[in-house]
Design a protein around this ligand. Structure first.
Ligand SMILES: Nc1ncnc2c1ncn2[C@@H]1O[C@H](COP(=O)(O)OP(=O)(O)OP(=O)(O)O)[C@@H](O)[C@H]1O
Ligand SMILES: [Mg+2]
Length: 310
């Protein structure tokens, strides 16, 4: 995710000002998911203004949709904006690691002196932040029971008998349920797609799980323009980094098209974009350096590579 610092929670700006600026911050980082951001923002604002339901998590989100389209990225950005240090305040639990009965012990601890993964992460997060349950459909039914309890009562009791209070956390669950079917629905309206995916999710998850989320969002596949914009944002960051090393580059013909062609895949979304941008730009600078050519100028695409035209 981005390393550009958002407005730090510790800055002198008032809470209200920060919360007002939240949508534009998220919109500048999450591309092509225009329907999602207006849905998550009110819940986040409620949570920070003390308007969420007492005795429940600050907000509960279900993010559905294909892989590599921004579900985790949005969660990390929301956490970064509200709590600053993602490494500390975002607890990520991959449910594919909690598929059997024994995984309950992994989560909650196995004896009177242990608190399991959840207790460990909770302590590190100092009792506030985000809990991200990835691939929720893979969780063992007993783990799902615990998850329901968290959504309902913001409480979880770990093996040593401590009850953790999760009412200062936002809970996000993600799932790729129905992602394959999205391909066949690409000409349908957003409302139709959402209904279809939600029905599938209701069938696969327990309906009572689905009903408990404050916000349910279906993320869309990234269109070509969105892909180009993501490439362009990442490219800007990379060029800034190279400028700091005294290589001044501008973006010329065919560059974004090449990056999109390599950085986006129907099966992976934009997952490979960052490494694609980095490796192509650094290849161009490295080659110029090795051959004693200028490392500042215009980047252009040539024979499937980027080169510098001075
Ligand atoms: N809509 C988007 N806007 C900006 N960047 C994006 C977007 N979608 C994907 N990316 C880029 O692709 C990477 C992978 O996306 P992300 O981790 O959010 O996928 P995901 O939707 O959570 O997929 P999965 O279902 O496999 O977990 C991100 O780190 C980000 O760099
Ligand atoms: Mg993810």
């Amino acid at each position: 995710m981005s390393t550009d610092a958002p407005i730090a929670p510790s800055s002198v700006e008032s809470v209200a000002q920060r919360l007002l600026a939240l949508p534009s911050f998220l919109e500048s980082r999450i591309i092509g998911q225009e329907f999602v951001i207006p849905r998550v923002v009110p819940t986040l604002q409620n949570g920070e203004l003390g308007l969420s339901d007492p005795g429940r998590p600050k907000g509960t989100f279900l993010f559905l949709g294909p892989t590599g389209v921004g579900k985790t990225e949005l969660t990390l950005l929301m956490c970064e904006y509200l709590f600053g240090d993602v490494g500390k305040h975002c607890i990520r639990l991959d449910m594919s690691e909690y598929q059997n009965q024994e995984s309950l012990q992994l989560l909650l601890g196995q004896n009177e002196s242990s608190r399991g993964n959840i207790g460990r992460f909770y302590d590190k997060a100092e009792g506030r932040g985000f809990i991200l349950f990835d691939e929720i459909e893979k969780a063992h039914p007993r783990v799902l029971d615990i998850f329901l309890q968290v959504l309902d009562a913001a409480r979880i009791t770990v093996a040593n008998g401590d009850t953790l209070n999760l009412s200062n956390f936002y809970i996000v669950a993600t799932s790729n349920i129905g992602a394959d079917a999205l391909m066949d629905l690409k000409n349908s309206s957003i409302a139709t797609i959402e209904r279809f995916i939600e029905d599938l999710a209701a069938a696969e998850l327990r309906p009572e799980v689905l009903a408990r989320f404050n916000v349910r969002c279906v993320f869309q596949r990234l269109g070509y323009e969105a892909q180009k914009k993501i490439a362009s944002i990442m490219l800007k960051k990379e060029l800034k980094l190279l400028t700091a090393k005294n290589h001044h580059l501008t973006v010329g013909k065919g560059v974004l098209e090449l990056l999109v062609a390599e950085g986006v895949e129907p099966r992976l979304g934009a997952r490979r974009m960052r490494t694609t941008v980095e490796s192509h730009c650094r290849h161009a600078v490295r080659e110029a350096m090795l051959q004693g050519l200028p490392t500042s100028g215009e980047l252009i695409a040539l024979n499937g590579k980027l080169v510098i035209q001075s």
